[in-house]
Design a protein around this ligand. Sequence first.
Ligand SMILES: [Zn+2]
Length: 471
Amino acid sequence: MQLYNSLSHKKEEFIPREAGKVSMYTCGPTVYHYAHIGNLRSYIMEDILEKYLRFTGLDVKRVMNITDVGHLTSDGDTGDDKMLKGAKREHKTVMEIAKFYTDAFFADCAKLNIKTPDVVVPATTYIDEFIRVISVLMDKGYAYEAGGNIYFDTSKLEKYYVFNDFKEEDLAVGVREGVEEDGNKRNKADFVLWFTKSKFDDQELKWESPWGVGYPGWHIECSCISMKNLGDYLDIHCGGIDNAFPHHTNEIAQSEAYLGHEWCNYWFHVHHLNTNSGKMSKSSGEFLTVSLLEEKGYDPLVYRFFCLQSHYRKSLVFSWENLDNAKVTFDKLIAKIAPLTADKSGDIDKAEYDRLMAAFNEALGNDINTAMGITVLYDVLKSGANNATKLALIGKFDEVLGLDLIKKAEAKASSADETPDIPAEVMELVEQRKAARKEKNFALADELRDRIAALGYEIKETREGTQINKL
Ligand SMILES: [Zn+2]
C-alpha cells in the first residue's frame, strides 16, 4: 500500500521491516480531562490505518502510552502540569484523576469503535525504564544536568528538525503562552528528560533518581515505551499533527541517540479538526466531547462516519450543521442496506466480489483514502450483484470502516416491521420531536417526549436511531 510519510514528505510504498509484521506506536492521551472530538479524530484515523493493515493480512502489534505524569500545558518544558491542574480542579488526587479519565477515554473509544491497542502503558509504571534510558543518554554525552534538571543536548545531533526545515516560529513553541524561557538550557531547542525542580510545592508524583527526586519529561515516555515493547526498530509512529514538533522531533532525537541508529521508518500524522472559529481546544469555545454528541442525540458512529468522509491529511471543519449532514447521509446509507438483509440467499458472485474488493483496496491502499472507500460502498449498492454478494462486501469493508453497517441495517429492517403497530398520532409527535431536536429546541423536544409518554409510549435514542416502545 501507499502511505504518506511525514519524514520523507511523500507517499511511499509501505514495506514493514519484518515481512508480514508491523510494529506500530501511537501517542496516547494525557488523562487530565475528557478527550475532545478533535483528539478523537486522530484516534479514529489511526484505528482505520491499523484495521486496514490487518485487512491486508499483516500482523500488527500496536502500543500506546497513557500520559499520567509530567505533561505540561505548554509543548515546551514550561507551564503548569496538566495532571496536577486537573486534580486541583476536581479536588482529587492525581492518580484518581488519571484512573477516571483513562476509563473515560477508553469508553469514548469503544463508542467510536476504536480498537484498544494491544499494549497500553501508563507512564507512571515505567519510571525505572525512563531512568535507565536517561542514564545511557548521560553516559553517551547526549544529556546534561543544569539547575537540577536533566536536559537533552540537541547540538549533539546531526539533524534535529527532521519533519521540516528550521523555522524561527518552531523555537517560539517552547516560550509561548507567556511563560519565561528556561535559562538552564544550553541550546534553545534542548528539552527536559528529568525534572527535579518543580515549581509546585504539592507535586504529588515524584520518584528517586540518580539526579534527585523528581519526575520524567513528557517526550521520554514514548521513546521508552515504544522501544521496550516494540524493539529497536519501529515501522509506523502515529499521532496528531500537533505532535510532530516538538514531541515527535524530540522522540526521534532521544531514541536515535540512545540506539545509535535510525529508529522509525514511517510517520503518520492526522491533521486538525477545526471549528468555524479556528482550531479546536479544551479551553476555548464549546468543549466538544463524545458525551456532548450523545446528549444532543447523535450516535457517536455518525461522528466516525463524518471523519471518514474526508482525508486524514486535510483539516476538517466541525459544525453541528456539518454533523447533521453526515447524519442524514449515514441514515440514508443504512436505509439502503436494510432491505438487503431480508433475503440473503444465493451464491456469491465471485467476479463482482473481486472487482469491488479491488476497488476498495485501491481506495484504502492509496494513503487511506476513506472518502473513496465510502464511494466504493455506494458502488456496491448500485451494482447488479445479488444481496448475498453485496452483504459480504459490506461486511468485509466494515472490518476496516467500523460503522456497524450490517448490525444497524438489520436493526432498521426489524424496527420497520414493528412501526405499523404504533398509532399515527404517536408517530406524528415522534416526527415533530425529531424536527425539534434537529433545530436544537431541546425544551420542545422534552415536552413532546412527555406528550408521547402520556399516550403510553416511551421514546429512546439508541445507537441504531430512535426507538419507540410501548410503556
Ligand atoms: Zn508520544
